[in-house]
Every structure is written in C-alpha cells, then in structure tokens.
Write a protein that binds this ligand. Structure first.
Ligand code: ADP
Length: 464
C-alpha cells in the first residue's frame, strides 16, 4: 500500500512530468541542431557541385579552342578535380570520354563510373563505405551534345565529423538530462517538505490534542502557509465543538443523575414497604427501578469518563497486594451464574493503585466475561508477574470478539453486535472506563480473542 502511494505521490508525478518535458525539449533542440548541421554541410557541397556544373562547359569550350575537344575536356577535368572532387564525361553510348586521374585507380573509381542512376540534382549516396554527393548533367559544348558530365564529391570526412559532433551532443544531452532530473527531484522534494511537515504535525492529532496543535511552518511557500492557516482554524473550531460536546454530556449527566437517584431510592423504598401491591404493580415497579439503576450507572460512567478526560479523575493511591484483592473479588462474585476460578502465585504481588477503582475494573471484566459466555466453562482470573509488571488475565470461553472489532471495543458506546448486546444489557461504556482507569494508574490493557474460542483481557500494572 505504501509502495502504491509512492507511485501516486505528487513528488513522483511532478518529477516524472517535468523530467519528461525537459527530455522532450532537449531532444527537440538536439534534433533541430543535427538537422541544421546536416543541411549546412550538404548545402555547402551542393553549391560547390552546382558551381562546377555551371563552369565546366565553358572551360571545355575555352580549352578546345586551343587543343582538340577530347584534350580540352580532359584539361578542364584536371583543372577542376581534386582528391575530394572526381569528374568524368561519358559519350551518349556510355563510353568514358574523359575522367579524373584518381578514377582510373582503385575499386572506388570503377564503382563510381559504373553507376547508372546518378540524378541531375546533387544526392548523397554511399559507395565503397564512403559518402559521395553525386550528380550528372548533359554536356553541351558549342551547341553540340557531347554526352553526360558526372561529378562525385567525397564528403566522408565532413560526414564523420558530423557524426562525431552528434555523438558528443547525445552524450552531453543524456548527462544533462540525468543531472537535470536529479536536480528537479531534489528541488521538488525540498518544495514539498512543508507539506510533509504539515502532514506529520496533523497525523497524531486526537480529541485530546485537537486544541493544542500549532501548525507553524517557517519558510514555507505562501500557499502552504495559507493551507496550514485554514487547517489551524478548522482544528480550533473542532476543538471548541468537541469541548462543548463534552461539557454538555458532563452537565447533562450531572443534572440527570441526582433526580434519577432520588427516583430510584423512592422506587426501592416503595417496593420494600409495599406489602399490599398487586403482582402487576410490583413487576412494573421492579422494571422501573432496574431501568432507573441502569440509567444512573450509565450517567455515572459518562461522568467518570468526562472527569478522566479533563484530568479530573481522582485516584486514591495506596499499596495493594493483588493476591488479597483477587481473593476478595472471588468472594464477591460467587453468586454469578458462572463459576469464577482465581489462580494465584505463591509470591506476593504488590502494585500502587486505587483499590476501589481496581475492583471496578476486575468486576467490569468478569461481568463482561459472564455476559458474553454461553457455555458453563468457568471464568479464570489469573495473577502472575514479570520483571517490572504485574499481570492479571481475565479469560472466558465465550462468544469471542472478531479481529476487526478488537481495536474498537475500547471506544465509547462501541458494541460488537448492537442487537445482541442490547438484549444482554450494558451501555458500551464499560471497556472505555476500564481502559481509562487502568491507564490512569500507569497500566495497559490488551485483548486476545477469537470468535467462539473465548476472550482474554490482560492488564499489566507497574510493580510496587
Ligand atoms: P457493554 O456494556 O456492551 O458490555 P463494553 O464496553 O463493556 O460494553 O464492551 C464493548 C463490547 O465488547 C461489548 O458490547 C461486547 O460486544 C464486546 N465484549 C466485551 N467483553 C467481551 C467478552 N468477554 N467476550 C465477548 N465480547 C466482549
């Protein structure tokens, strides 16, 4: 998943996009330069060829006034030839009439003169692994067509030079592209750092830290600063809303708890003294009384949580011998529908904690274990310790908790199967209170569970 997010990251997209555009631009420039250089090279030689084509007939005419036509033609050829420029004239029958000296030697000469498809416009051809600019034209002297005049210009040296320059240009372009891509990647990473910092600052925000976060980004671009400012405002508003909501829950719980406790008290005393009540009336009063008790408990839990969140939960810390505390709890739960087996080590294990709060924690977990077990298997309460911590496990063989829900059961009002849990009773606040209390005493709580295999809650408390 992380790898996938790397692939879709803004950094990668910008780097690839800008690098691709730079490569395209650079390749365009290189192609244009190469095309220009090739054109300049060929045009220079073509102009030279055209110059010879234009001058040759008049040279022949001038020389043949002094010597014979054949000798005049040969003289004109010798005059205009050089090692790179070879000339020859063929009669209309295709026989050599006159030619440059160099053509009479070697394979290249005979290959050139034997070419039949030489065009009238200068054209680049490869003969014997060398590059030749070839062209032909009709040779007309004093109004008489002598035959065809051919020019072959060896431009291999220039062509090689051109390829050399192109090779260097390509190497420089590739190196420039690599350097440019590295520079672009570095620049983009630096530019995106403020965004990364902002994401790190906001990653661990939870309801407790909502109002305390300060999104200060030094040297960030103005757009990112603006975004951070907007986020800061949103967080502040959220923190206010969250505080208001908590205050409301706390106030409502507080306001409702007192009258409901009074109602519950009246209901219980009426039940106690109501000897002349009918069965129906007694049943109605009992239901009302138990619902009132349940609601008072719910309001008490909500108040406890609200106090814990504001750091106002008071712990009456004292040294507690866990072996004694668990024995006491064993005595308190003997009337539960399921047997509770307490397993204690021989050595005494002491912790620092609030005795009543710890009792509340264990009774809550045992209560849950009984509620969510359908088999007659006993609930096991096991005490042990490691070097630094006391370990208390509450194990049942009940319905278990699916893996996906295990991280959420400590949230307020979270219940695994809402419909089933409602029939069983409870408010969905028990475990969040347990967690708050355990953490308030410096401990931790974990759960291991599997559907239909049972559940084990493990509490670790620092040893005294
Ligand atoms: P509740 O009042 O619903 O018991 P809790 O906060 O105590 O609320 O528990 C949250 C949910 O976790 C319960 O609704 C239940 O689904 C699940 N749960 C808690 N303890 C156990 C257990 N021992 N076995 C199976 N499920 C449990």
């Amino acid at each position: 998943m992380k790898q996938l997010s790397h692939l879709t990251s803004l950094r990668l997209r910008l780097t690839v996009g800008i690098a691709a555009m730079s490569i395209l631009g650079l390749s365009g420039v290189v192609l244009w330069i190469s095309w220009q250089m090739q054109s300049i090279l060929v045009v220079t030689h073509k102009n030279n060829t055209r110059y010879i084509v234009g001058r040759f007939p008049s040279d022949v005419e001038i020389y043949s006034d002094m010597v014979s036509l054949e000798e005049g033609t040969q003289k004109a050829i010798d005059n205009l030839s050089n090692p790179q420029t070879l000339l020859w004239v063929k009669t209309p029958q295709g026989e050599i009439f006159a030619q440059s000296q160099a053509l009479q030697m070697g394979m290249t000469g005979s290959n050139l003169v034997s070419l039949t498809d030489i065009p009238p416009q200068p054209e680049l051809q490869k003969v014997n692994n060398r590059y030749w600019l070839l062209c032909s034209t009709k040779l007309v002297v004093k109004g008489v067509t002598l035959g065809n005049f051919y020019i072959a210009q060896d431009i291999t040296k220039d062509q090689m030079m051109f390829w050399g320059v192109m090779r260097s240009l390509l190497i420089i372009s590739v190196m420039a592209t690599i350097l440019m891509t590295i520079a672009i990647a570095w620049y983009i990473q630096t530019s995106l750092t403020p965004l990364k910092r902002m994401s790190q600052m906001t990653k661990d925000i939870d309801p407790e830290t909502l109002g305390k976060v300060q999104l200060e980004l030094e040297n960030a671009p103005s757009e990112v600063k603006e975004l951070a400012g907007t986020l800061q405002t949103t967080l502040t508003r959220l923190a206010h809303a969250w505080d208001n909501q908590r205050q409301l829950v706390s106030n409502v719980s507080h306001e409702l708890r007192t009258p409901l406790t009074v109602v519950s008290g009246y209901l219980q005393s009426t039940l106690r003294r109501g000897n002349n009540l009918t069965d129906l009336q007694r049943e109605a009063l009992e239901t009302a009384s138990s619902e009132a008790d349940r609601t008072v408990q719910l309001l008490q839990d909500l108040l406890d949580l609200a106090r814990a969140e504001h750091g106002g939960m008071y712990f009456n810390l004292e040294t507690i011998v866990l072996n004694e505390l668990l024995t006491e709890i064993e005595g308190m739960v003997h009337q539960y529908p399921l047997p509770v087996t307490v397993s204690l080590p021989t050595q005494v294990i002491k912790v620092k904690g609030d005795k009543n709060r710890l009792k509340q924690v264990f009774l809550n977990l045992i209560d849950n274990a009984v509620k969510y077990s359908h088999s007659p298997e006993p609930i096991i309460l096991k005490l042990s310790h490691n070097k630094q911590q006391a370990k208390i496990e509450v194990c049942d063989r009940g319905v278990g908790i699916p893996l996906a829900d295990q991280t959420r059961i400590f949230e307020r009002f979270y219940r695994v199967d809402e419909a089933r849990s409602r029939n069983i009773g409870g408010t969905g606040l028990g475990l969040s209170i347990v967690k708050t209390l355990v953490e308030g005493m410096g401990g931790t709580i974990h759960v291991i569970s599997g559907p239909h295999q049972g559940t084990t809650f493990t509490i670790l408390l620092p040893l005294f």
